[in-house]
Design a protein around this ligand. Structure first.
Ligand SMILES: Nc1ncnc2c1ncn2[C@@H]1O[C@H](COP(=O)(O)OP(=O)(O)OP(=O)(O)O)[C@@H](O)[C@H]1O
Length: 331
């Protein structure tokens, strides 16, 4: 069964079209991540799926049932927000149990589900605390627990980790991945974070200006982007786009070279002056001004004693490069 089917979904706010003809299938158990630049419609799409916003046109079905006009509480979804949205006056246990109480589930069933979710999320020691007595990471685990106890057909996550610091983000990311494996649940996840998208997703949906640009596994998008927009958006540091003419190719076309495929070479075809060096310990990013508005980024493995102002030459393996036409489409 498909977990979610969107057919020709559109959403406008007044005269402004924010989602334009969205068609998407999420299979049962799939982890799907929405990415795209700020304002492209990721959160709006999630809110339309949840029912917090009505679609202006099109059809939404969840678990095989049409829910286009069904209120959020009856869609079989559970949503986790960036802001946690916990009730401050309730304990962790009460926060997690609330939705089940409102559904009038039997007490034993509620206790069992809260116990199971708190075990999965290592929250057993905090059940009697209030949210103000928890760290940000613990609060977000409670928010996730509150979704888990409802046993939804579909989990929706709206940038759930963006309020956490780097170490907690990583821990909580691993926990979400583990939860997904344990529950085999269908999940949709909105993020700005490349690493979250690449590591969590079975399938990434790249949105741009209210439309889907490309859908694929992380490696499909990385290795085989349909166009320059996706090639530039997926991967950090971003792909370099070198005018093909500089490399003996056709005017107007571009050669896409990922920073990690560049190599320092004394007879390489690309040359320029180092304008910035980022020493990351395991890797070194070198930014090179190659003239005519081209700043080229090379990502070299290990540590390099390169200095700003040095002139460097770079080579690359043509087999690892992509070509794009003037309109940005792959050739
Ligand atoms: N309630 C609303 N009324 C009018 N316009 C809205 C409303 N909600 C969102 N928008 C507009 O819709 C567009 C998409 O917003 P949305 O929040 O979905 O983008 P996003 O991709 O999630 O952005 P971000 O990554 O910055 O969170 C934006 O231009 C936004 O200004």
């Amino acid at each position: 069964m498909t977990a979610l089917q969107l057919t020709n979904v559109c959403k406008s706010f007044g005269p402004v079209e924010v989602l334009k003809d969205i068609n998407l299938t999420v299979e049962d158990g799939e982890f799907v991540v929405f990415v795209g630049p700020s304002g492209c419609g990721k959160s709006t799409l999630l809110r339309v799926i949840s029912g917090l916003e009505d679609a202006t046109a099109g059809e939404i079905s969840i678990g095989g049932q049409t829910v286009t006009t069904t209120p959020p509480a009856k869609r079989g979804i559970a949503m986790v927000f960036q802001s946690y949205a916990l009730y401050p006056h309730l304990t962790v246990r009460e926060n997690m149990a609330l939705a089940l109480k409102q559904e009038r589930q039997p007490k034993e069933e509620i206790a069992a589900r809260v116990a199971e979710a708190s075990r999965m999320l290592s929250l057993e020691d905090y059940l009697d605390r209030r949210p103000s007595e928890l760290s940000g990471g613990q609060r977000q685990r409670v928010a996730i627990g509150r979704a888990v106890v409802r046993e939804p057909k579909l989990f929706l996550f709206d940038e759930p980790l963006s309020n956490l610091d780097a170490a907690l983000r990583m821990n909580t990311r691993l926990e979400i991945a583990r939860l997904h494996r344990q529950l085999s649940a269908s999940m949709i996840y909105v993020t700005h974070d490349q690493i979250e998208a690449m590591t969590l997703a079975d399938k990434i949906v790249v949105l741009r200006d209210g439309r889907i640009e490309q859908v694929g596994t992380p490696m499909e998008l990385y290795n085989n982007p349909a166009n320059r927009f996706v090639a530039e958006f997926i991967g950090a540091p971003a792909m370099n786009f070198v005018p093909a003419q500089r490399l003996g190719g056709n005017p107007g076309q571009f050669i896409g070279i990922r920073p990690e495929y560049a190599r320092i070479s004394s007879d390489g075809p690309l040359t320029g002056e180092v304008i910035h060096v980022e020493k990351l310990g395991g890797d070194t990013n070198i930014l090179v001004d190659m003239g005519q508005d081209l700043t080229f980024t090379a990502r070299l493995f290990g540590q390099h004693d390169t200095n700003v102002g040095e002139t460097l030459q770079f080579d690359f393996d043509p087999a690892n490069c992509l070509s794009f036409d003037e309109a940005g489409q792959r050739i």
